[in-house]
Write a protein that binds this ligand. Structure first.
Ligand code: NAD
Length: 259
């Protein structure tokens, strides 16, 4: 299927690794010129070169923290009028809610709620004026089914989801859709980073713990960043203009509900 995206411009945040990288790669394969951001300039450049080599697309890099105003200003200076915005940032740390003070909450809200909202605010009117726009927020399966030790994520992403639900209904008549992609377990650094404490608690090595978790998933495995990127590219496609305000859970069927 031709996604009709050739020649479009995308800003893909937090994209040197993992799910953001998967989205950038999938969009670049469709002929989209992508601007990718991440905090570590070296890893970011390496990823950009890999995407250029694999796709021939134009890839621009912006090193910086997307959770800060300076990081967002730099990203928007490099890609001031994106047709596609993929918001993403590292997830908050796991832990016990009793240990989280105001600063811990502000950090989580900054990264996983307020940064995407600020980026949407900065780009959505231009998309409306140009009568085309696609915004995809990488959130988490925790929005649909809270993860007990990831309370900061459950809370911050819930706030973003509520905001998007209202806005997505206002922009769609102008050709601008806003949707959220909810990853369940995907094979990235993040899942490995979060597994340490849980593996220790279960008396397993991180590898053994992750293998057991993958086997427990109805799909018998974790998802891949390529699969995630392909779903993102479809939501960004010209064919997806009637899909807005949705929360697409990608978890191999782990969520047990009928709806
Ligand atoms: P990852 O650790 O593999 O990659 C994160 C990427 O984001 C890296 O490129 C990193 O440099 C960049 N990054 C992190 N914080 C940033 C910031 N403040 N500014 C700029 N760049 C930043 O993580 P991932 O697995 O791809 O996860 C992406 C998002 O999806 C995270 O918010 C994560 O919590 C969420 N998520 C992931 C899973 C999973 O199974 N992988 C499940 C649920 C939710």
């Amino acid at each position: 299927m031709d996604l009709g995206l050739s020649g479009r411009r995308a800003l893909v945040c937090a994209a040197s690794k993992g799910l953001g990288r998967g989205c950038a790669l999938a969009l670049a394969r469709e002929g989209v010129a992508v601007t990718i951001t991440a905090r570590n300039a070296e890893t970011l450049e390496r990823t950009a070169e890999e995407i250029r080599r694999a796709t021939g697309a134009t890839v621009t890099t912006v090193a910086g923290d997307i959770a800060t105003e300076a990081g967002r200003a730099a990203a928007l200076a490099a890609c001031p009028e994106p047709d596609i915005l993929v918001t993403n940032a590292g997830g908050p740390p796991p832990g016990d809610f009793r240990a989280w003070d105001r600063d811990a909450w502000i950090r989580a809200l900054d990264a996983n709620m307020l940064a995407p909202i600020a980026l949407i605010q900065a780009t959505v009117d231009g998309m409306i004026d140009r009568t085309f726009g696609r915004i995809v927020n990488i959130t988490s399966g925790s929005v649909k089914a809270p993860i007990p030790h990831l309370g900061l994520s459950n809370g911050a992403r819930g706030g973003l989801t509520g905001f998007v639900a209202g806005l997505a209904r206002q922009t769609v008549r102008h050709g601008v859709t806003i949707n959220n992609l909810l990853p369940g377990p995907f094979d990235t650094d993040r899942i490995r980073g979060n597994a340490g404490a849980l593996a220790a608690k279960a008396g397993l090595s991180v590898d053994a713990f992750l293998e057991a978790r993958a086997r427990e998933n109805p799909a018998g495995r974790f998802g891949t960043p390529d699969e995630f990127g392909a779903a993102c590219a479809f939501l960004c496609s010209q064919h997806a203009g009637f899909i807005t305000g949705q929360n697409l859970l990608m978890d191999g069927g782990a969520y047990p509900g009928t709806l």
